[in-house]
Design a protein around this ligand. Sequence first.
Ligand SMILES: Cc1cc2nc3c(=O)[nH]c(=O)nc-3n(C[C@H](O)[C@H](O)[C@H](O)COP(=O)(O)OP(=O)(O)OC[C@H]3O[C@@H](n4cnc5c(N)ncnc54)[C@H](O)[C@@H]3O)c2cc1C
Length: 447
Amino acid sequence: MTSTLSAQVTGPVLAPYDEGYADEVAAWNRVATHTPDLVVGAASADDVAAAVRYARDHGLHVTVQGTGHGAEASVTSGLMITTKRLDTLTIDPATRTATIGAGQQWGNVVAAAAEHGLLPISGAASTVGVVGLLVGGGLGPLARSHGYASDYVESFTVVTGQGEVVEASGTDHADLYWALRGGKWGLGIVTEVRVRLVELTRLYAGSLMFEGAAIEPAFRAWVDYTATADDQVSTSAAIIRMPPFEQVPEPLRGRTLLTVRFAYPGDVDRGASLAAPLRAAAPVYLDGLGELPAGQIARIHNDPTEPGASQVYGLLLDPVDQDFATAFLAAFGPEAETPFVSAELRHLGGAAARDVEGGSAVAGRAGSFACSLVGVRPDFFDKVLPDAAYDWQEATARWVRADGNANLMGLPVTAERLATMWSEGANIRLGEVRWRYDPDGVFAKPA
Ligand SMILES: Cc1cc2nc3c(=O)[nH]c(=O)nc-3n(C[C@H](O)[C@H](O)[C@H](O)COP(=O)(O)OP(=O)(O)OC[C@H]3O[C@@H](n4cnc5c(N)ncnc54)[C@H](O)[C@@H]3O)c2cc1C
């Protein structure tokens, strides 16, 4: 079966019994163990196109994996295309753009752009895949000052469900361009993307950590702060239970901490004055907020970079208040018994609430906060975490919105949740684009 396809592509074509198969399908999120019928390690857009045509002709549905950060469930059949070999990266300082192969991770783009005094608008973590983040919108540490990462996409090179390679931009296949900026699933396989970069070398950014009795006043102050925050300031707050492992630096090891992340893309004095109310809210345990080279933007969230198993549960919220703060502290505060290692709220609004000229399919722009709960204990995956996430959603129902953020929606991935994630109009439009570019339904849908 694999020999016909092997003759048409330059990258490896592997079946479950082949050496190298397990490494090829391995996801960053070890919660998933993928076992597709075939995996194609694409080395070019032509490889992707040949694999898609082969899948269509053989009745196999197609999935795509960049890094596997979004691997919430295992892929157990069909043809998987991996993109890690599509790792080209060119920065053009003259046009302030980056042309990026679909296998690249954000950290490499940030580092390459920084050499020219430029910054891509990306997500929080350096190891997340460029394309996987962009097709879901992409919320990052500069969400309120700069908007979604996908707002900066100039064009995508895409393989359609019929195995054709097309360019999608504001002038070419504009319907697909609209859909790929946030529409996430079943739209095609992106092989390359061109994004605009911003001129930014330094930020006033980092995090303030609070511990013990300081957590409640600091969290309550952050909730109040968000009600009137400057649009140029992006913040998030997370209560994190640090594991007691040796690899964790001593001051953090085994502690429950509130981390308030802050990013202001302007001068240090103004940044410090904007951060002053947060710093003054309670005694700061660790102050990691100050001038930060833009190339070190991943230090704001300090997300894990090593693969591991985790489950994420996400909700989009309306403006929150002190009643919400009470509920959040009761569920995740230092005294709470919770199965989640992290409970995070990202403040939205500002540029994230404004759609781009010509529109995009980014879901949930009207949300005020993105809430993500993360659990890492495998023995909790089946029941404890889903039950606790359900309880949290029930307890906070009055703030929970029906729409969501495609990248941060987490579990459960149900048809019902996907149906309300976008507005009715956007959903219809996305359905039409999927039909136009994938009439045979080759690309797998999440639910
Ligand atoms: C530690 C961590 C931090 C994160 N931080 C953020 C954040 O700050 N902001 C944010 O918005 N999200 C964040 N996410 C979510 C992340 O953006 C999504 O999970 C994203 O889909 C991951 O993309 P990937 O390519 O790395 O993962 P993958 O699991 O490889 O891909 C996930 C999905 O993206 C799509 N996709 C990937 N490659 C292609 C392609 N070439 N063409 C078409 N579709 C493709 C597919 O639907 C695929 O199933 C984070 C996730 C983790 C685990």
